[in-house]
Design a protein around this ligand. Structure first.
Ligand code: PGA
Length: 227
């Protein structure tokens, strides 16, 4: 399975150095691990499978502070997250910005891991499949490359310890697999307590982990349970 590790804005240089020393000793159990560190640590990932958490919506040029897809690709990164809900809900971005980022990622041969999710209200009202499809259709319209991954991340599950019931997740995964015919991950409070349940979801190709990715002892156990 694919296991993508979203470090978010965590770890100092000293901490990531220690982390990488331990990470290199982990038994990946035949899973494909993708490390997504804070952007400034990307050059430390050379010998690993890695990607960025974001790319700029702008191309290279006079955009102070932005990190372009082209620069990230030049470090030999393979992947980038696109449309993570924290960028939308906490950093004021929207789907049109994500669409621009997606275009830049594809043009620079980064495989996008497109995050998509529903709010708790949308989930409770039963409109989550429609909402997810509408967002994805907007993002994917005009996209020529079939090379992308989708990560289903219910917004209310991210960092909360709470996941939707597994039948609802199954419905989303089945719809995504049937409609888009790409690899599909689940993300949002995937942890040691719920992995036995989550891994029963049919068609799932892996997980996107946030907090668990920072704790290598737990990650190790997670990989063992997944095998
Ligand atoms: P979490 O984060 O595993 O801490 O819920 C997942 C994510 O935001 O990708």
């Amino acid at each position: 399975m694919i296991v993508a590790l979203n470090h978010k804005s965590n770890l100092t240089l000293e901490e990531i150095t220690k982390y990488l020393n331990e990470y290199r000793k982990i038994d990946f159990q035949n899973h494909e691990l993708i490390i997504l560190p804070t952007a400034i640590y990307l050059p430390l990932m050379k010998d690993l499978t890695f990607g960025s958490q974001d790319v700029s919506c702008k191309e290279q040029g006079a955009y102070t502070g932005e990190v372009s897809a082209k620069s990230i690709a030049s470090l030999k990164a393979s992947y980038t997250l696109i449309n993570h809900s924290e960028r939308l809900t906490k950093l004021g971005e929207d789907l049109s910005i994500s669409k621009q980022k997606l275009k830049n990622a594809i043009e620079n041969n980064l495989t996008p891991i497109i995050c998509i999710g529903d709010t708790e209200i949308e989930h409770e009202e039963g409109i989550y499949l429609t909402k997810i499809k509408a967002d994805l259709n907007y993002l994917l319209k005009d996209l020529t490359s079939p090379n992308f991954i989708i990560a289903y991340e219910p917004i209310f599950a991210i960092g909360t310890g709470k996941i939707p019931n597994v039948q609802d997740i199954q419905k989303v995964i089945t719809m995504l697999k049937e409609t888009y015919k790409v690899k599909v991950l689940y993300g949002g409070s995937a942890n040691l307590a719920n992995i036995d349940t989550l891994k029963t979801i049919e068609g799932l190709d892996g997980f996107l982990l946030g907090s668990l990715s920072l704790d290598l002892k737990s990650l190790n156990l997670f990989l063992q349970k997944l095998s």
